[in-house]
Design a protein around this ligand. Sequence first.
Ligand SMILES: [Zn+2]
Ligand SMILES: [Zn+2]
Length: 344
Amino acid sequence: MKRILVLLLASMMLFAFVACDDNTPTPAPHEHEFGEWTITKEATCTEEGVKTRTCKGCSETETEAIPAKGHNPDANGKCTACGKMIVSNGADFLKATMNEGEVIISLQDDITIDIAPWPTNDKSVFGTASTTSIVVEGNGHTITFHNTDSDWNAIYTKNEDAVLTIKNATIDNSGYNADGGTWNGHDITFNCNVVLDNVTANNAIAVGMDATIKRSTISDNGGTTSAYMLWIQATCQTVSIEDCTINGKSSITNDNRAIKIADEYIGEPDRKSVTLNVSGTTFSSDSKAAVLVTNTAGATINWGSGNDISGVAADKVNAVWNDSARADAIVKVSGCKVIQEPSA
Ligand SMILES: [Zn+2]
Ligand SMILES: [Zn+2]
């Protein structure tokens, strides 16, 4: 009997606890009558917002998405809401870079940009002397750099201190000898400071100034001539590679390589050492080491954590080779081993 009483008391207390959970009285059953929508999060050009309304008879709320507004470009292509340059083709891309200061370009489509050999031609030059930064939001689109001329097609910024950043895009090239490999500049050559972030490069790349390449993949399986996936033109710059895949394998030539630091084609006074930082990067190649240094001024290579060279056909142990003809070059490495390139 005592036990039954205790159980009864306990269940009454539980009931009381549940009933008192909320100080507001439970409203009578009713059909919700919602008030006006209020905006709880404004929609932007590219992101949905949220609106909320509350029932007048209870505290029930309802939310609904507000569609993204879309960009609202003015006559010059600049969105009046977010300030980004809205670009859908190569000609507009070049025009968009001609803004001063920091330029943000939002790609709306795949584009092709004409590239010429020398910076004497506006085809090759991005920005003005007062453009400090060009950020290209690729939005998953492809940028094709079209070689309009013979060798040495390259990308320049009018302001040498400017930085070109390409994010979330695929890059490729077309036109003159586009599949001819890195020799003689048949690749995508950045003769400007460049940042590639989350970029898939379907053609080999050369960099002639500072470069940061992160979360990106470089491969060139379509080349008809063997190529280095990344050709660093040694001009005293710093190149950093983080969390990338350097895929130097070709089913066509079976002779693709990974990275080369070289001073070929550079005038004598400009030949300098290079600092190369590599971390979190997976290498594969048909030939040579993960990194081959051929420039006389050598290089300082900081081999960070998380690199994998097990896919490099010629040398799965030593990350860096010093070119067989450049025994006197000063190649300093930390975190990996350097050996003299074996004579063929
Ligand atoms: Zn209600
Ligand atoms: Zn906008």
